[in-house]
Design a protein around this ligand. Structure first.
Ligand code: NDP
Length: 295
């Protein structure tokens, strides 16, 4: 599987918005790109740009030494890869699974791949489709380092930064979960803020410049609290938990006065009050990370 032609040939399985962007970046980089998607028709755009459209997943797999998978989740990727004919065609080739799912699913797939003579890397894409093929893309990878290094030149055609996080195949998915945890709770907070603001007669447009200011507070806090978390010392200087819960209670009160569900904020307030109850009222907010899961 390692002639020069095969090394610069790549197959993309899955042509949702992200799969199409990946295929587009490979094509832009001049690679022989074969594509396949469960539902026909989504290959039209990549085919118009020069991709080879395979009639079946096994045909797509047989076309390249490197197979990039990007579908909705691992149930979908299993449905494609674990069909007998496809598994047989994958033998000796490398799969880079850029589908998002849990670390356990990545580990399970890696075990399955080893049992079938398939070389396997797992990965996660941390940026939207518009960043693919540009310097703004962020790709995380995990699995055997030598295999990653072998395929890195092709993967780098996707643009952006590529980071190999370690040999533990579940590590990219673990980063993905942690990072999306930040993203989705922040988005839930933002959606909630918009609802409360609207109930108070403030439009999203009016709030936006100040919302951006709140967003800008977070990156330096990530740096500072990373030290605290890793060292287990949580300085509440400037904003202790006792003060934070008071602010949270105001949000709960105002939301519920407008009939707006405050479940997410109630949960966060409850976690902070638990930490206070254990004698950590003078500590900073991130102390609550130590109490999550210990009811
Ligand atoms: P989706 O997450 O909606 O995935 C769509 C793809 O999954 C299509 O190719 C679809 O095929 C396929 N699929 C779904 N179910 C099955 C199945 N049972 N068998 C075979 N194929 C199936 O769209 P995206 O392309 O946007 O995302 C792909 C991955 O990339 C996801 O894991 C996502 O989390 C990740 N990602 C996406 C980003 C984005 O901005 N879009 C950003 C970062 C990561 P069909 O057309 O036949 O339904």
């Amino acid at each position: 599987m390692s002639t020069n032609t095969e090394q610069s040939a790549v197959t993309v399985l899955g042509l949702g918005p992200m799969g199409r962007s990946l295929a587009g970046a490979f094509l832009d980089a001049g690679m022989r790109t074969t594509v396949w998607n469960r539902t026909p028709g989504k290959d039209r755009e990549p085919a118009a740009r020069g991709a080879v459209s395979a009639r079946s997943a096994e045909e797509a797999v047989s076309a390249s030494g490197l197979i990039v998978v990007c579908v909705v989740n691992y149930d979908a990727s299993d449905a494609i890869l674990r069909r007998e004919a496809v598994t047989a065609a994958l033998k000796g080739r490398t799969v880079v699974n850029l589908t998002a799912d849990t670390p356990e699913r990545a580990r399970d797939t890696s075990k399955w791949a080893a049992e079938h003579g398939i070389r396997y890397l797992d990965g996660a894409i941390m940026t939207p489709t518009t960043t693919i093929g540009t310097p703004a893309g962020v790709f995380l990878h995990s699995g055997p380092k030598d295999l990653y290094l072998e395929h890195r030149p092709v993967l780098e055609a996707l643009g952006g930064t590529h980071t190999h996080l370690g040999e533990d195949i579940g590590r990219a998915a673990a980063y993905d979960i942690a990072l999306l945890d930040i993203f989705w709770t922040a988005m839930a907070g933002y959606a909630h803020a918009l609802a409360v603001a609207r109930a108070e007669g403030i439009s999203a447009r009016e709030l936006a410049p100040f919302a951006k200011g709140i967003g800008a507070i977070l990156p330096p806090l990530f740096e500072e609290t990373a030290e605290e978390m890793d060292q287990g010392t949580f300085s509440g200087e400037g904003n202790p938990l006792t003060s934070a819960v008071s602010s949270m209670a105001h949000i709960v009160h105002t939301s519920e006065a407008h009939g707006i569900d405050a479940g997410v904020m109630r949960a966060a307030e409850g976690q902070a009050r638990r930490a206070i109850g254990r004698g950590h009222g003078a500590d900073g907010f991130i102390r609550i990370a130590e109490f999550l899961g210990r009811r």
